[in-house]
Ligand binder design. Structure first.
Ligand code: HEM
Length: 307
């Protein structure tokens, strides 16, 4: 049975976005794609995880808009998500989930509940109450980086032209049991591709899906999976804190996204991307936001599947 905190987290999302039967409570609108992932030798040296061993593995990628409204026009200002599910040789799976924000809004689920309440749109104006958000930020300066990014980052020309960040750190356990911590960044090979807010607002509601479909006619969309290694002083349990950009980055693999995928989420098949679904070779930290996610995702899954 879901705990009260998980229920409250999902309830908080529903209060902001509405409840939409059959859809995720957040990142409700998305596009599922087929992909192949090939790890580098550097990845195999960093971690003994099976998907980082070298031979190509099949993957699904789901790009999404952050909103819990499944019909939100793609031109609406929002963070975007990229979730990857790797299909492992032993029949298991493991997931990496990234978002376009460089930092998260909160360090704890309790703070997130408070922040989501502060930024909830006023029912009469449809806009967040600037005073409430300001009061929250005055109390929680750690949220400023995420809020600033959320209100300033430009609109995407393509889901395949954005960089996505795990925000959480993970342990990378090598064959000799040594552990280094790092954060994932999914970096588009073709660089960032953005357009103005005005151009985005003038585009069709599903322009990001249409763009992907057209792009795949020409060839795959390629991302690099990078692992930014922690410095000694970098917090491992605080997704609000960006690490310095000069940290060593290990290029861990190449993700080739080849087309739209239609082989899942039919006839009761449930697809959920959960960053705590790790395998031997990857370990979790005690980041409170990371550890709150599986409970909230389970509540969302139970609601969207009617289970
Ligand atoms: C406690 C904090 C968080 C809560 C309560 C939360 C809540 C949710 C929920 C309820 C879903 C829908 C799950 C489903 O029905 O499958 C979701 C999806 C998602 N979340 Fe979070 N989330 C949190 C933190 C984060 C963070 C830190 C990131 C940054 C990487 C993130 C990125 C995503 C993405 C990309 C998806 C869509 C996954 C997919 O395509 O299925 N979330 N989140």
């Amino acid at each position: 049975m879901a705990d009260d905190l998980s229920e409250r987290l999902v309830e908080g999302l529903a209060a902001s976005y509405g409840s939409h039967e059959g859809h995720r409570a957040a990142h409700a609108k998305g596009v599922l794609c087929a992909a192949t992932f090939t790890a580098t030798e550097a990845a195999a040296a960093l971690s003994r995880a099976p998907h980082l061993a070298g031979p190509p593995v099949r993957a699904h990628v789901r790009f999404s808009n952050g909103s819990g409204n499944p019909t939100v026009p793609d031109g609406t200002r929002d963070a975007r998500g990229m979730a990857v599910k790797f299909y492992l040789p032993d029949g298991g799976t493991t997931d990496i989930v990234g978002i376009t924000l460089p930092a998260f809004f909160a360090r704890t689920p309790e703070d997130l509940l408070e922040f989501n309440a502060a930024r909830r749109p006023d029912p009469t104006t449809g806009q967040p109450d600037v005073e409430k958000v300001g009061a929250y930020l005055a109390e929680h300066p750690e949220a400023v980086a995420a809020v600033t990014a959320a209100i300033t980052h430009p609109a995407p020309a393509s889901y395949a032209g954005l960089t996505y960040h795990s925000l959480h750190a993970f342990g990378f356990v090598a064959a000799d049991d040594s552990v280094r911590h790092g954060r994932y960044h999914l970096v588009p090979e073709g660089g960032e591709q953005t357009i103005t807010e005005e151009d985005a607002a003038a585009k069709p509601a599903d322009y990001l899906r249409d763009e992907l479909a057209a792009r795949f006619e020409e060839g795959p969309a390629v991302f690099h999976l990078d692992v930014q290694l922690a410095g000694d002083s970098d917090p491992l349990d605080d997704p609000t804190a960006e690490w310095p950009p000069e940290r060593e980055v290990v290029r861990a693999g190449r993700l080739e996204i080849t087309g739209l995928a239609f082989d899942r989420e039919h006839d009761g098949d449930v697809l959920v991307f959960d960053p705590t679904r790790v395998v031997d070779g990857i370990s979790l930290t005690d980041d409170k936001i990371l550890l709150a996610r599986p409970g909230a995702y389970s509540v969302s899954v139970a609601r969207r599947t009617g289970a």
